[in-house]
Design a protein around this ligand. Structure first.
Ligand code: PRX
Length: 658
C-alpha cells in the first residue's frame, strides 16, 4: 500500500513513461492520436467510416456512414453495408497467416482442464455448431438464448449464431430460474443452449434444474442443447433436450457453414441489463456499428498486437465479456483467454499464476477483483514473473485511487499503464478511457473521451455544469456501437436515454470533468446499484421481496462496501404478528437468491414498521440511503408525511448492528 493520502492520490497525475520501443510500435502513438482527434473533430463521419473500413471486412461496402433521425432517436450506422461478425472473427484469419495460431485458450477451474483452439479449430467448431442450429430450424433473425458458464461452448454458440444471422441472448449463468425465464420470454427464444452445471470456487453448481423450472412457461423454446460440464446425472426431457456433443458429431453435420450476409443494422445480439424499473431491459446491438466499436477500441485502447494474449476476466454473461473476450480480440485475430473459475480459488494467486502460465499481455479486470486480491497481500503477486504484462485495465465501477495504485505498483511493477475504462452495456464498447501510450494517467479518473466521442456534464435543468462540478454525464454525438433499441420497448428506450436531455444520450451516471478534461465518474444517478461491477436495479430486488407472502413493503438501496464497491441494503416491512428474526432474514435472502440470483441477495435486511414517504406516498430513498450508510446528516426531511419513522429506522439500525 502506498503511504500517500487518498487526497494526494486523487490530485496526482502519473506521468507514465513507456519504454521507447513500446512507443514506437504502439497502434496509437501520441502523434497519431493528435491526428485522430483533429480528423474526428473536422469530419466525424469520415473518421468512423475510415475506422470501420480499416478494421472490418465488408461483404459490401456501406454507402452512408450515419443516417440520423434525432426526433425518433434513430441512428443507423454504415447503411447499405453488409458483413458477418463471425466471418470477421474467424474466416479472414484463416487466410492471413493466423490459421494455426491460438484463437482461444480456455482454463477451466481445475488446473488440468485446459483447451486450446486455433483459428482453424474454432472456425470448424463454429461452422459445425451453426449447422446444428440450422438443422434445428434456426434461421436469420431467430433468437437463441444461451445460459452457459465460462466454457468455450459459450463463445462458440455466440459465433455460430452470428454466422447464420440468429440473434443471441446470453443470460449470465449466475441468474436464477426466474431471471432466466423472464429473459427468455422477453426475447422469445426458439432454442436454449445450457449446461448441466458449473465449477466455481471448488463447488459444483447445478444449472439444469433452473433450466427445467424456467422452461415451464416459455412456450417459444422448442429445443434445449445441453453442454456436459460437470457430468452429473440430469433429467432429460424427451423430444426437447439433446446433448451438444452428440449434435455436433452427428454424421450429417458438415464442416463448413456459409456465413449469412448481414445488413450493418441487422441485430447481432440482445443482452439484458438492469434499469430503474423492475423489468430488465433487453439492449439490442447491431452488427456493423458494434463490430466497429469493439475492434476499434481493442486496437487503440488495449493496443492489441498479433503476439498478444488478451485476458478479460469478466464473465461473458455481461457486456464486457461479449466485447473484450469474444468479438473485439477475435476480430483483430488476437488470442483470447477464458477462465472458468474465481480469483481466489484454490489460492489467491490464481490470476497471477494464469498470467504467468500463458504469458498474458493485456489484463482487463474489475476493481472488485483487484480489491479482493489486494486484501490477500502482495506476496501473492511477488511469487510470479508477470513480466509479459504490458497493459492493465479496469472496468465496471469506480476504482478507488489506493486500489489503482496497488494495481499499478504490485501488478504493473510501477511500469505499466493502468487504464480505467468507462462504458456501458448500451455503449457496446469503451468510450472514455486513458490511452496506454498517450498522455498522463490520474488514479481514479477514467481519462478523456476517445477521439470522436463527445461528452458533457449538465445540471438537473440541462444547463452546463462548471469545471469540476458534478452532474449528469451525457454523450452528445452518436457513435458506432450505440444500442439500437430496447427489445420490444421503444418507448422505454426513448424515455431512458433521450428525452430528459434532448439531443444527447443520457448515461444515467454522475460525473465531473476537471480542468484538464479528465472525467471522474461518481456513480449512478438512477435507482441502479453496482455490486461487484454488476448492475442491479433496486426496484428489481424490491419487487422480488414484495412478492414474498410475508412482506408488505420493501425498499432497497446500495451502500458502499470495501470489496464489492456497493452492497444491497434492504428495508423490509413484514405482515403484522410475524417474527422479525434471523430465520426470517435467511428465508428472505434465500428467496431473493431464487428470484434473481445470488448476486442480488441483500447483505443487510433491516425490518421496519414504516418507511419515509412524501405526502404523495413516494418512498424517499435519499434518506434511506443515508441511514443505511450510517450518515448523520439526512438532508431535508421536511417533505415527509411522517418524520417519526426516521427515528424508528435509526433505532432499528442500532439494534441490528449491536
Ligand atoms: O455506472 C457505470 C459503471 O457501470 C455502469 C455500466 O454497467 P454495465 O452496463 O453493466 O457495463 C459494465 C461494463 C462496461 C456505468 O453506467 N461503470 C462502468 N465502467 C466504469 C463505471 N463506473 C466507474 N468507472 C468505470 N470505469
Amino acid at each position: 500500500m502506498s503511504d500517500k493520502t487518498i487526497e494526494n492520490l486523487m490530485n496526482e497525475a502519473r506521468e507514465y513513461d513507456p519504454p521507447q520501443e513500446m512507443l514506437e510500435q504502439a497502434n496509437l502513438t501520441a502523434e497519431k492520436y493528435e491526428q485522430a482527434c483533429r480528423d474526428a473533430e473536422l469530419d466525424p463521419e469520415g473518421f468512423w467510416a475510415e475506422r470501420a473500413r480499416k478494421l472490418l471486412d465488408w461483404k459490401r461496402d456501406f454507402s452512408t456512414t450515419l443516417e440520423s433521425d434525432s426526433e425518433k432517436h434513430e441512428y443507423k450506422w454504415f447503411g447499405g453495408g453488409r458483413l458477418n461478425a463471425s466471418e470477421n472473427c474467424l474466416d479472414r484469419h484463416l487466410k492471413n497467416g493466423r490459421r494455426n495460431k491460438a484463437a482461444l485458450i480456455w482454463q477451466g477451474e481445475p488446473e488440468e482442464d485446459v483447451r486450446v483452439f486455433t483459428y482453424h479449430m474454432l472456425h470448424r467448431k463454429v461452422c459445425r455448431f451453426a449447422n446444428v442450429l440450422k438443422k434445428m430450424g434456426v434461421s436469420k433473425g431467430d433468437r437463441v438464448a444461451i445460459y452457459l458458464p465460462m466454457v468455450p461452448e459459450l463463445a462458440i454458440s455466440m459465433l455460430a449464431c452470428a454466422r447464420i444471422g440468429a440473434v443471441h441472448s446470453v443470460i449470465f449463468a449466475g441468474f436464477s430460474a426466474v431471471s432466466l425465464q423472464n429473459r427468455i420470454i422477453d426475447c422469445d427464444a426458439k432454442i436454449l443452449i445450457a449446461a448441466d452445471g458449473v465449477l466455481r470456487g471448488g463447488k459444483k453448481i447445478l444449472l439444469k434444474r433452473n433450466v427445467d423450472e424456467a422452461l415451464f412457461e416459455c412456450p417459444s423454446v422448442e429445443q434445449v442443447i445441453m453442454v456436459k460440464r460437470t457430468g452429473d446425472e440430469i433429467d432429460f426431457i424427451e423430444g426437447r433436450d439433446t446433448w451438444w456433443h452428440e449434435e455436433l458429431s452427428a454424421s450429417d453435420i458438415e464442416d463448413f457453414c456459409k456465413p449469412e450476409s448481414m445488413r450493418s443494422d441487422d441485430p447481432l445480439f440482445i443482452l439484458h441489463t438492469s434499469g430503474s424499473t423492475g423489468k430488465a431491459k433487453g439492449i439490442e446491438h447491431t452488427t456493423g456499428g458494434y463490430m466497429t466499436i469493439v475492434a476499434h477500441t481493442a486496437k487503440w485502447v488495449f493496443d492489441l498486437k498479433d503476439d498478444d494474449v488478451h485476458w478479460c476476466t469478466a464473465d461473458i454473461g455481461w457486456i464486457t465479456g461479449h466485447s473484450y473476450s469474444v468479438y473485439g480480440p477475435l476480430a483483430l485475430g488476437a488470442t483470447t483467454l477464458l477462465f472458468e473459475g474465481v480469483p481466489t480459488y484454490p489460492r489467491p494467486d490464481r490470476y497471477w499464476e494464469i498470467i504467468n502460465r500463458y504469458g498474458v499481455n493485456i489484463f482487463y479486470t474489475t476493481p472488485t477483483a483487484i480489491r479482493a486480491l489486494m486484501r490477500e497481500g502482495s506476496q501473492w503477486t511477488e511469487k510470479y514473473d508477470l513480466s509479459t504484462l504490458r497493459i492493465l485495465g479496469s472496468v465496471g465501477e469506480p476504482i478507488n485511487p489506493e486500489v489503482w495504485v496497488w494495481f499499478y505498483e504490485h501488478v504493473g511493477k510501477g511500469k505499466l499503464p493502468v487504464l480505467d475504462t468507462w462504458w456501458q452495456t448500451e455503449t457496446g464498447g469503451i468510450l472514455i478511457s486513458p490511452l496506454p501510450y498517450v498522455g498522463k494517467l490520474k488514479p481514479g479518473s477514467t481519462g478523456k473521451p476517445l477521439p470522436g466521442i463527445k461528452t458533457k456534464i449538465v445540471n438537473n435543468d440541462g444547463s452546463n455544469a462548471s469545471t469540476n462540478e458534478g452532474g449528469h454525464l451525457l454523450i452528445t454525438e452518436p457513435w458506432p456501437g450505440m444500442l439500437s433499441s430496447i427489445h420490444k420497448d421503444r418507448a422505454r428506450y426513448n424515455r431512458t436515454y433521450f428525452e430528459r436531455f434532448p439531443g444527447s444520450y443520457e448515461t444515467g451516471d454522475g460525473a465531473r470533468i476537471d480542468e484538464e478534461g479528465f472525467h471522474w465518474i461518481m456513480g449512478r444517478l438512477d435507482d441502479v446499484i453496482n455490486v461487484s461491477g454488476h448492475r442491479l436495479g433496486t426496484t428489481e430486488i424490491e419487487s422480488a421481496l414484495i412478492a414474498h407472502p410475508d412482506v408488505t413493503e420493501a425498499a432497497v438501496v446500495g451502500i458502499p462496501h470495501e470489496i464489492k464497491g456497493q452492497t444491497v441494503y434492504a428495508y423490509v416491512t413484514l405482515r403484522s404478528g410475524l417474527d422479525q428474526d434471523e430465520e426470517m432474514r435467511m428465508a428472505l435472502r434465500d428467496w431473493v437468491g431464487k428470484k434473481i440470483g445470488p448476486i442480488a441477495i441483500p447483505e443487510t435486511i433491516q425490518f421496519s414498521e414504516g418507511l419515509p414517504k412524501t405526502r404523495s406516498g413516494k418512498i424517499v430513498r435519499r434518506i434511506l440511503r443515508r441511514i443505511a450508510a450510517g450518515e448523520d446528516d439526512l438532508g431535508d426531511t421536511a417533505t415527509l408525511s411522517d418524520a417519526s419513522v426516521i427515528n424508528d429506522l435509526i433505532e432499528g439500525q442500532k439494534i441490528l448492528f449491536e
